[in-house]
Write a protein that binds this ligand. Structure first.
Ligand SMILES: Nc1ncnc2c1ncn2[C@@H]1O[C@H](COP(=O)(O)OP(=O)(O)OP(=O)(O)O)[C@@H](O)[C@H]1O
Ligand SMILES: [Mg+2]
Length: 155
């Protein structure tokens, strides 16, 4: 696990935007951590890094939003309001998780049994200072171990 401190929303955004160049089709990023910690901010940065200019907003009520204009399609899930993982099955989640684009899933821990074993977990935790966050990055699978080396989050 790699732990990075973010001091501002801009830093979180920037960190995520730098992840975009090393992503490839079928990659899944599981975002978890505190309520209002910055999962959507992270997703916005990642989207910008992929070349998406359309505003990215939280898909809290729709569960999923798709953005097709970037280097790769982005599938942005927020499963906070799901009642059960069955609902995700009804949405045909595997067409996204194992599809042509990148999946980012806020509160993915809530449907952990449906997530692929090979994935990047990013946990964002609030610290005492209002704008400080600890971002814990856990790569699962050889592919992610390698990608994370190229990411150099501290830069
Ligand atoms: N270091 C930081 N990184 C990210 N966001 C920060 C930071 N410091 C302050 N913020 C603020 O915290 C808020 C994070 O909101 P955001 O919607 O991204 O959280 P979230 O984790 O997606 O929330 P939810 O749990 O409702 O999905 C924003 O208002 C942002 O400006
Ligand atoms: Mg959010």
């Amino acid at each position: 696990m790699i732990s990075v401190i973010s001091h501002s929303p801009e830093e979180t955004w920037e960190l995520a935007s730098k992840l975009a160049p090393i992503l490839s089709k079928g990659d899944l990023i599981n975002l978890s951590g505190d309520l209002g910690a910055g999962k959507t901010v992270f997703t916005k940065g990642l989207a910008a890094g992929l070349g998406i200019v359309e505003p990215v907003t939280s898909p809290t009520f729709t569960i999923i939003k798709e953005y097709e204009e970037g280097r790769l399609p982005l599938y942005h899930f927020d499963v906070y309001r799901l009642f059960s993982p069955d609902e995700l099955e009804e949405l045909g989640f595997d067409e996204y998780f194992y599809g042509e684009g990148i999946t980012v899933i806020e509160w993915g821990d809530r449907v952990e049994e449906l997530l692929p074993d090979i994935r990047l977990d990013v946990k964002i935790l609030r610290l005492v200072d209002e704008t400080f966050r600890r971002i814990e990055i856990s790569p699962y699978g050889d592919i992610w171990q390698e990608k994370v080396k190229e990411w150099q989050p501290g830069d």
